[in-house]
Design a protein around this ligand. Structure first.
Ligand code: 0WE
Length: 249
């Protein structure tokens, strides 16, 4: 499980539902100088009794390899990889898309899209009985959402990664899918101006007239990681209260 930052994280919703479904969890966190995430995330996840708790900054190949090596030593194999990571510079999530810097583009695609390839490569040898890989995406990778900007390009790349990885790993019985979640108030989205207006828009337009919860995304992830979804791979599954089907907002 990657991507738990706090109790609002979609990854936290997924971790809870996988735990409830009986999964033995390994959790990674983003290490930083002050150890802020390490302490916070460790306290949060304690009730789920993770048997692995590891630092993993996905911009560092050696940390990805160390994570896979720790899994190999502790468990010998892996069934599930949950990828819930994205980052773009704040200045690239507002204003003119044509002003996106080369560095900002590279950073967003590295953290948000390339990391799925690199994590998959590292854990593939551990998925000896097949496996399920699930990542999180957003409609802004398919349609223009104001200010999503470079993250939209990163999500488009991520969604295509899902298809190429699913094609390559299918013969190994490893399935790769994405959940396209509607907007939810999290640490990442709250840092974005206008998220409350977007949520209000979804509440008036989406067929279910509401947004989705972390638990609903978590339940969908549990489905995609279980044999209930054994025939599904390479797909983008919308968990968005139906918003994606609408043509008039
Ligand atoms: O994928 C996301 C959030 C991704 C994200 C958010 C931040 C905020 C803080 C990536 N990098 C950063 N970097 C920061 O410094 N979402 C789907 C949530 C989201 O983000 C938006 C949205 C929505 C929805 C940005 C603009 C417009 C809508």
């Amino acid at each position: 499980m990657t991507g738990i930052a706090n109790n609002r994280s979609i990854a936290w919703g997924i971790a809870q539902q996988l735990h409830q479904a009986g999964a033995n969890l390994g959790i990674t966190y983003l290490p930083d100088d002050k150890g802020r995430y390490e302490k916070k995330v460790a306290e949060l996840v304690e009730p789920l009794n993770p048997s692995l708790f590891l630092p993993c900054n996905v911009q560092d190949d050696s940390q990805i390899d160390a994570t896979a090596e720790a899994i190999r030593q502790q468990w010998g194999h892996l069934d599930i990889l949950i990828h819930c990571l994205a980052f773009a510079n704040k200045e690239d999530l507002t204003g003119g898309f044509s002003e996106t810097s080369r560095q900002g583009f590279s950073l967003a695609l590295d953290v948000s899209a390339y990391s799925l390839i690199q994590l998959t490569r590292a854990v593939k040898p551990l998925m000896t009985h097949g496996g399920s890989i699930v990542t999180l995406t957003y409609l802004g990778g398919v349609r223009v959402i104001p200010n999503y900007n470079v993250m939209g390009i990163a999500k488009a790349a991520l969604e295509m990664n899902v298809r190429y990885l699913a094609s390559e790993l299918g013969p190994e019985k490893i399935r790769v899918n994405a959940i396209s979640a509607g907007p939810i108030r999290t640490l990442a989205s709250s840092a974005v101006g206008g998220i409350l207006d977007m949520i209000h828009h979804v509440e008036t337009v989406a067929p279910l007239r509401r947004t989705v919860t972390q638990t609903e995304v978590g339940n969908t992830a549990a489905f995609l990681c279980s044999d209930l979804s054994s025939g599904i791979t390479g797909q983008i599954l919308y968990v968005d209260a139906g918003y994606e089907i609408m043509g008039m907002g």
